[in-house]
Design a protein around this ligand. Structure first.
Ligand code: PMP
Length: 392
């Protein structure tokens, strides 16, 4: 409206891994619009996209498409319930998984209600949430291996699944630590509790996905965002035995799963074009750009002794208003949001679009010159902050 131009480091909530109007996606979609935009039956592009994902992700035998990440997580939870015959789930405090009631629990709990560190309360997300919903969610603290394992053991008889995002963004964009993964998975396996890796956002962490990067071998996966090339998408996948709850050749469905626009060919061809362009080299370039920015940001922080820290990996990073990097959601919430808000404002004045959380999302459309520009803008912000501190 006002004629300003922006360098987009938001990427529509991390969706646009190739930036806007990526030519191969535009061409694929234009072609598909002429061939038809929705069919009741499967299409070739749907099969091709499913095959590509199953080839890349170790352990992913079967896949079903939906239209959003929310739906993917909802069906993964339903699949786990149907497979185990149990109602409850465990999830990480502060983690975002979309808008299904159970996965919203403790998404925004705070110091007034989150309870003890060893056994966090399960706090409803909105007024009027049925008490039964919160009762069927066990809240775990990110990277607290001992407490998480103990809580899984304690509630195992009613737990269908542990829902894990390998680097939950709202909890702080903090990677799950190997000891935490090990403890959670061991406790879950011992009691037949399934493990779901929610990679709706973090599938962009590497060619083989986020679980592989974290050393996690889940039973179920959820995907979204980058696999749709900028069009609505979600997918639920997993081991063949678990996915058989959705039915198949000669097997009746224990959970009915469908949707009018699921696997619509526009999202499928866009997603296929997006994923085909995401070669090993493309991921390496994204990772190198992310590493450059994290290093430059960290040295700017150190040079000016600012109370800031950086989290994230590969093409994502987040700036926190605290000197020590957060290890979990409670640390993240304790950070000073005002300094992050000033950074976002500074970026905005310089034409860099970032969300208010201070997360930066890279795309293959960014050149080394763009990366240099982002680093320079951050360095200017760091020295302005240092001056501000001296004046105060
Ligand atoms: N899970 C995770 C980890 C997400 O980041 C998101 C979206 N930000 C969702 C689920 C929900 O996806 P959607 O917005 O497509 O419903």
């Amino acid at each position: 409206m006002d004629g300003r131009q922006w360098l987009d480091l938001h990427g529509n909530f991390t969706t646009l891994i190739h930036g806007h109007a990526f030519p191969p996606i535009v061409e694929a979609v234009e072609r598909q619009l002429r061939d038809g935009t929705c069919f009741a039956n499967p299409t070739l592009a749907e099969i091709a996209l499913a095959e590509l994902l199953c080839e890349r992700v170790c352990g992913l035998d079967r896949l079903r498409f939906v239209n959003t990440g929310t739906e993917a997580v909802m069906f993964a939870v339903k699949a786990a319930r149907a497979f185990t015959g149990r109602p409850a789930i465990a999830k990480i405090e502060g983690a975002y998984h979309g808008s299904y009631d159970w996965v919203e629990i403790s998404q925004t709990s705070d110091a007034t209600n989150w309870g003890s560190a060893e056994e966090p309360n399960s706090i409803p997300y909105y007024a009027g949430t049925p008490a039964s919903v919160a009762n069927d969610v066990v809240t775990l603290r990110l990277n607290d291996a001992q407490s998480a394992a103990r809580l899984i053991e304690k509630h195992a008889g009613r737990l269908a699944a542990v829902l894990l995002d390998p680097m939950p963004s709202r909890a702080g964009l903090i990677p799950v630590e190997p000891a935490f993964v090990e403890a959670v998975v061991t406790a879950a396996r011992r009691h037949g509790v399934l493990v779901i890796s929610d990679e709706v956002m973090n599938f962009r962490l590497g060619y083989t996905g986020a679980a592989a990067r974290a050393g996690l071998a889940p039973d179920l996966w959820t995907f979204g965002k980058i696999i749709g090339g900028g069009f609505p998408i979600g997918a639920i996948g997993g081991r063949a035995a678990v996915m058989s709850v959705f039915g198949g050749e000669g097997v009746a469905a224990a959970v009915s799963q469908g949707g009018t626009f699921s696997a619509n060919p526009v999202s499928m061809v866009a997603g296929l074009a997006s994923m085909q362009a995401l070669t090993v080299d493309a991921f390496e370039k994204l990772e190198a750009h992310g590493d450059t920015l994290r290093t430059r940001f960290e040295s700017g922080v150190a040079q000016h002794k600012l109370p800031l820290s950086i989290t994230g990996s590969a093409s994502l990073l987040r700036v926190h208003g605290r000197a020590k990097p957060p290890r979990d959601y409670r640390d993240t919430v304790a950070g000073d949001r005002s300094i992050v808000a000033r950074m976002v404002e500074h970026f905005s004045r310089e034409g860099l679009l970032v969300p208010s959380s201070g997360m930066i999302c890279l795309s293959t459309a960014l050149s080394a010159t763009d990366i240099e520009r982002v680093a320079t803008v951050f360095e200017a912000f760091a020295s302005a902050e240092a001056l501000r501190g001296e004046k105060a």
